[in-house]
Design a protein around this ligand. Structure first.
Ligand code: NAI
Ligand code: AKG
Length: 529
C-alpha cells in the first residue's frame, strides 16, 4: 500500500502533524493555504486527506479537482465550510470532532456574558486611555438573572451548567431536548416566545440551518425583555444583524456580544462601533486545550480511516470501529457485488430494494453494508455512484430501501440477500463470505448455486433440457473464449435453470447474441465484477 498523503490547509495545532507522521502518513502542513482558493484547487488532487478548521472552504469547485481525496477532517464542530453533498457525491467521508472544543466554546459564551454584564472591554479601553470613568460603567449582577439558551446540545448544556453555577436561572428552547434531559441538566424547557419574554441574557448554540437562520429576527427581538443582552457564539446568521443593531440603537437591547458573523472574516459589520457591542473574531474554540484536542482527534480519526477503514464522527457515513472494520470489509465487498449482480441484470426503474441480513452479519453495521449494496446496484445504471453517495442517490430517486435483519435460516453462518423490485419484475440474489474471506453467490432467483464472483462472467437463464451445455461450450470454444469456472443450478428437474460461467477476458457481444439464440436459453448477459 502506498503511503496516504494528507494536506493540512488551516492553522491546526502542530500536534496533528506529529500524529500523521507517527501513523506513517505523509503530511503537508500549509496553515495559510485555506485562504488561497486557487492554489488549493490546483494541488488538492495530490492528497488522500484534507484536514481543516474554518478558513478552508471545501466547495464543490475545489472538490471537483480532488481526484484522490477520501476524507475531509474538520478539527472542530461546524462543517458549514464543507459542501457536504458535493463531498458525498464524490465518495469523500466528511468527519468532525463533535466534543473537542465544546467546553472552550461554552466558556467563551460565559466570558462574553460576564463581559457584557460589566462592560469589561469598554472599561478597559477607557481606563487605559487614562479616563478613569468610574461612574460611566454601571454593571448588572448575574446572580438570580435568567439565561435563555437557544439550542441546548453539547455546548448549550455546558453553558447552562456553568450559568447554574453562577446562580442564574436557565430556560432553554430546543425542540429536540427531551423533558428528562432538561430535568437532568437543571434547565426549564420552554418555547421560544416564553424564552424571549423571560430571559435577561440570551445565548445561541444551534447550528445554522434553514430553521435557525434569523431565529432572532426583528419580530423575535421585539418580543424580548427590554434591557436583554444577546450572545452569539455559534454561527453568524442566527441573529438578524441589522435588526439587532436597530434594537441596540433604540435601547431595547442593552448589549450584544458576538463571536460569529454573517460574513467572515468580518472586516466590516453593522454591529461594529456600537458602544454596547463586544466582538471577538470567531475565537470560541481558540484555546490551547481545545485546539490540541481537536487536532489530535481529527488526525487520529483521519489516520484510522485512511489506514484501516475505521470511521468515526462522519457526517455522511455510519461509524465503523477499528475492530469492526476488518470484519466488515469482506461483507462490504459481498454486499457491493450482490448489488452489482442485481444492478447489471436490471433494465427498468427500481421501485424497491430489500436487503436481508441473516445470521451473524445481522449483528454488524448493516447501514454500511446497505450503502455498499446500493452503490453496487446503482453503479451499472448511473455510473458515478459510490458507497458514500449511494443512499442519498437512492433516496433522491424515490427508491424504497428496506433492511430486514433475522437469525440464520440456512446452512450458512451469514447470508445477505438483495431483492430488487422493478416496475415489471422481482429478482433476488444471495451470497455469503467463506472462511477465506472470499464472497460467494449462494442463491440466484431461489436456485442454489455456489460460485465466486469472477472478473468477467456470463449469466444464463435457460430451460433445464439436454443439449444446452454442449452447444454453449462449442460457441465459446470456437470464439477462443476460455471458460475458467462453470456453475449450474436448477429449481427442479426440467424446470428453470441457470448457468454462471467465468471466462478469461471480456465476452464479445456477437457470442452473447449467439448464446441468447440457443433454443433452451431465455436470457444471456455478460457481467463484470
Ligand atoms: N464559535 C466557535 O468557535 C464555535 C462554534 N460552534 C458552533 O456551536 C454550535 C453548537 O454546537 P454543539 O452544541 O456542539 O452542537 P449540538 O449539535 O450538540 O447542539 C445543537 C443543538 O441545537 C438544537 N437545535 C437544532 N435546531 C434547532 C432549532 N431550530 N431551534 C432550537 N434548537 C435547535 C439541537 O437540537 C441541538 O441540541 C454549532 O453551530 C457549532 O458550529 C462550535 C464550536 C466552536
Ligand atoms: O476552528 C475554529 O476556530 C472554529 C470552531 C468552530 O466554529 C466549530 O468548531 O464549529
Amino acid at each position: 500500500m502506498t503511503k496516504p498523503k494528507v494536506l493540512i490547509s488551516d492553522a491546526l495545532s502542530p500536534a496533528a502533524v506529529q500524529i500523521f507522521k507517527d501513523r506513517g502518513i505523509d503530511v503537508d502542513f500549509q496553515p495559510a493555504l485555506g485562504k488561497d482558493k486557487d492554489k488549493l484547487a490546483e494541488i488538492i488532487g495530490n492528497y488522500d486527506g484534507l484536514a481543516i478548521r474554518s478558513a478552508t472552504k471545501a466547495t464543490a469547485k475545489i472538490l471537483a479537482n480532488a481526484k484522490n481525496l477520501k476524507v475531509i477532517g474538520r478539527a472542530g464542530i461546524g462543517v458549514d465550510n464543507v459542501e457536504i453533498p458535493a463531498a458525498t457525491a464524490r465518495g469523500i467521508i466528511v468527519m468532525n470532532t463533535p466534543f473537542g472544543n465544546s467546553i472552550t466554546t461554552a466558556e467563551h459564551a460565559i466570558t462574553l456574558m460576564l463581559a457584557l454584564a460589566r462592560q469589561i472591554p469598554q472599561a478597559d479601553a477607557s481606563t487605559q486611555a487614562g479616563k478613569w470613568e468610574k461612574n460611566r460603567f454601571m454593571g448588572i449582577e448575574i446572580t438570580g438573572k435568567t439565561l435563555g439558551v437557544i439550542g441546548c446540545g453539547n455546548i448549550g448544556a455546558i453553558v447552562a451548567d456553568r450559568a447554574l453555577g453562577l446562580k442564574m436561572k436557565v430556560v432553554a428552547f430546543d425542540p429536540f431536548l427531551s423533558p428528562e434531559r432538561a430535568k437532568d441538566i437543571g434547565v426549564e424547557k420552554v418555547d421560544l416566545d416564553e424564552l424571549l419574554k423571560r430571559a435577561d441574557f440570551i445565548t445561541l448554540h444551534t447550528p445554522l440551518t434553514d430553521k435557525t437562520r434569523n431565529i432572532l429576527d426583528a419580530t423575535a427581538i421585539n418580543k424580548t425583555k427590554k434591557g436583554v443582552r444577546i450572545i452569539n457564539c455559534a454561527r453568524g446568521g442566527l441573529v438578524d444583524e441589522a435588526a439587532l443593531r436597530a434594537a441596540l440603537d433604540s435601547g431595547h437591547v442593552a448589549g450584544a456580544a458576538f463571536d460569529v458573523f454573517v460574513e467572515e472574516p468580518a472586516k466590516e459589520n453593522v454591529l461594529f462601533g456600537h458602544p454596547n457591542v463586544i466582538c471577538t473574531p470567531h475565537l470560541g474554540a481558540s484555546t490551547t486545550e481545545a485546539q490540541e484536542n481537536v487536532a489530535l482527534q481529527v488526525a487520529e480519526q483521519m489516520s484510522d480511516y485512511l489506514l484501516t477503514g475505521a470511521i468515526s464522527n462522519a457526517i455522511n457515513f455510519p461509524s465503523i470501529t477499528a475492530e469492526e472494520a476488518p470484519k466488515l470489509k469482506p461483507f462490504i465487498e459481498l454486499a457491493e457485488k450482490l448489488g452489482s449482480f442485481a444492478g447489471q441484470l436490471t433494465e427498468s426503474n427500481i421501485a424497491k430494494v430489500q436487503i436481508t441480513y441473516e445470521g451473524a452479519v445481522a449483528e454488524m453495521k448493516v447501514k454500511a453494508l446497505t450503502a455498499a449494496a446500493l452503490s453496487g446496484l446503482l453503479r451499472p445504471m448511473l455510473g458515478d455512484v459510490n458507497v458514500v453517495s449511494a443512499p442519498v442517490v437512492a433516496k433522491e430517486r424515490g427508491m424504497i430501501v428496506d433492511e430486514v435483519l433475522r437469525a440464520a435460516e440456512s446452512d450458512y453462518e451469514s447470508v445477505i440477500t438483495v431483492t430488487v423490485t422493478t416496475d415489471d419484475m422481482k429478482r433476488s440474489v444471495s451470497g455469503t463470505v467463506y472462511a477465506d474471506g472470499a464472497p460467494r453467490l449462494v442463491n440466484i432467483k431461489g436456485i442454489r448455486v455456489d460460485a465466486e464472483f469472477g472478473k468477467s462472467m456470463i449469466y444464463i437463464t435457460n430451460e433445464d433440457k439436454p443439449g444446452f451445455i454442449g452447444k454453449f461450450a462449442s460457441l465459446l470454444g470456437d470464439a477462443k473464449v476460455n471458460i475458467a469456472t462453470f456453475h449450474l443450478g436448477r429449481n427442479q428437474q426440467g424446470g428453470d435453470a441457470i448457468a454462471l460461467v467465468e471466462v478469461d477476458g471480456p465476452v464479445p457481444q456477437e457470442i452473447l447474441t449467439k448464446v441468447a439464440a440457443l433454443p433452451q436459453v431465455k436470457q444471456a448477459k455478460a457481467l463484470a465484477f
